[in-house]
Write a protein that binds this ligand. Sequence first.
Ligand code: GTP
Ligand code: MG
Length: 208
Amino acid sequence: MEIKKATYLISNADFKACPKPDRPEYAFIGRSNVGKSSLINMLCKNNKLAKTSSAPGKTQLINHFEIESSQKHAKGFSRWYLVDLPGYGFAKIAQSTRRRWEQMIENYLRKRENLINVFVLIDSRHEPQKIDLEFISQLDKWQIPFSLVFTKTDKEKPAVVARNIEAFFAILRSSWQFLPQHFVTSAEKNLGRDELLSFIEQKNESIA
Ligand code: GTP
Ligand code: MG
């Protein structure tokens, strides 16, 4: 699959105001500054599409991007949505603002009917973080399909990245029956792009 066209559509604070749920939707979430917006830009080959920033807390709303893709098989959706979500665990905001963000994200994740998969981004430079583990446990409890995306792999030695990913799965293995699918990426080096796009293509076909 290749992305033919990617355009920014709209930003909302409320899932109810999001575009009509008439096509598959894929959302990107993870800690603030983990690289969500950069990954979306890498997938769409457009560095100006989603706003990125070296300062955490850049993305504050539910941002919809309209995608048009070419597929290998005629069957399947060729129009779908990518969604850039605000990061969790951003310390430098007021408690009340944080609660509002959390409620906005929870409502979106639990109620958005066309949401096919959530990509949870994890910074590959760090050992497993409690906040990420708690977030995916929450998704599991809510029965929301998700996969893991390890980001920024160009910033660390391959052995460190491998060790951190292995440590993450070691924790999951101790309590989970099924392990989530995962992707290893670098927005800087275009790593993991084909794998992510094939995954989305397969989903677009299997639900058509
Ligand atoms: P918020 O919207 O604030 O939650 O952040 P975000 O998760 O959207 O992160 P964003 O894409 O804005 O990236 C944060 C910083 O990390 C930026 O300075 C990016 O250039 C950098 N970055 C993101 N992905 C990569 C990567 O794969 N490699 C490297 N070297 N830098 C990256
Ligand atoms: Mg962002």
